[in-house]
Design a protein around this ligand. Structure first.
Ligand code: NAP
Length: 284
């Protein structure tokens, strides 16, 4: 029995963020400072932590970032007006509206109001469409980070079977399209998949993006498979854990991402990459 190699999201992030910092310095020398606006409406405690981390990561890499916090009573029209102002702000290259938004605001409408040129979260339908047809655009940060993790271990997806568990617009579906673009044969599983184990046992690569502990256990994994764990859950002791039974699956897989320290840091890293690229694109 072998133990899987860890794909260390913190180490890879450090490397990629150093590259972002160097490219940012080069852009600044040409008079352009990449700028990210993070918009938060309301007091959701998890969202507050996420936005703080995103702003701090920007600052650490030398990017300009602004955090715009608004009261939960903000109206949809007020938020749309704010997005419009940011679309027209030349110091801002990327706009991120933290989800979830309060129930009285239509999140789709707000995301669609972001200029696709500044959609660094990759959630706009124009970004989703660009990914689908293989045109330049912004890729959603979490699946993009997963692709970088596969690249970091030199993994060629050509001819491999990838199984994605979860079909959300922000993780599962874009993940499947990215894997397909790299010539994997892709299966997408979800809550109506009758026999998940029968699917995952065929996989060379498994991406778990469900949000439930132990969705993937050792008996569901083909020996030597690569396992990426996107899930973020709490165990009985309140500690952060993923969707994958890490102890068991790491005895079967060839490579595995830990939680914490896996996909999570990569998500923020790819946000920095997208923001830098937005600024670089505008400058050319
Ligand atoms: P989501 O929108 O709730 O989607 C979950 C997906 O899992 C759905 O497609 C659902 O199927 C499917 N599912 C639910 N139960 C299942 C089961 N028993 N077997 C197979 N599929 C099942 O969640 P999300 O936004 O994609 O996020 C997924 C997880 O990733 C969450 O834990 C979230 O916190 C985490 N996440 C982490 C990061 C990061 O940076 N690390 C970023 C984003 C999300 P249906 O479509 O049929 O309902």
């Amino acid at each position: 029995m072998t133990t899987a190699q860890l794909i260390d999201g913190n180490a890879l992030s450090k490397q990629l963020r150093e590259d972002v910092a160097a490219r940012t310095t080069a852009l600044k020398a040409r008079g352009i400072t990449p700028g990210l606006a993070v918009v938060l409406v309301g007091e959701n405690p998890a969202s507050q932590v996420y936005v703080r981390n995103k702003v701090k990561a920007c600052q650490d890499a030398g990017l300009h970032s602004v955090l715009e916090k608004f009261d939960v009573s903000m109206t949809e029209a007020e938020l749309l007006a704010r997005v419009d102002a940011l679309n027209n702000d030349p110091t801002i290259h990327g706009i991120l509206v933290q989800l979830p938004l309060p129930a009285h605001i239509d999140a789709h409408k707000v995301i669609e109001a972001i200029s696709p040129a500044k959609d660094v979260d990759g959630f706009h339908v124009a970004s989703a469409g660009a990914l689908m047809v293989g045109r330049p655009g912004f890729w959603p940060c979490t699946p993009y980070g997963c692709m970088k993790m596969l690249e970091s271990i030199g993994y060629s997806l050509r001819g491999k079977h990838a199984v994605v568990i979860g079909r959300s617009n922000i993780v599962g579906k874009p993940m499947a399209l990215m894997l397909l673009q790299q010539n994997a044969t892709v299966t997408i599983c979800h809550s109506a998949t009758p026999d998940l184990k029968a699917m995952t046992l065929q996989a060379d690569v498994i991406v778990a993006a469900v949000g439930k502990r132990n969705v993937l256990t050792a008996d569901m994994v083909k020996p030597g498979a690569v396992v990426l764990d996107v899930g973020m859950n709490r165990n009985d002791e309140g500690k952060l854990c993923g969707d994958v039974d890490f102890a068991g699956v790491s005895q079967v897989a060839s490579h595995i991402t830990p939680v914490p320290g896996g996909v999570g840091p990569m998500t923020i890293t790819m946000l920095l990459v997208n923001t830098l690229e937005a600024a670089e694109r505008e400058s050319t």
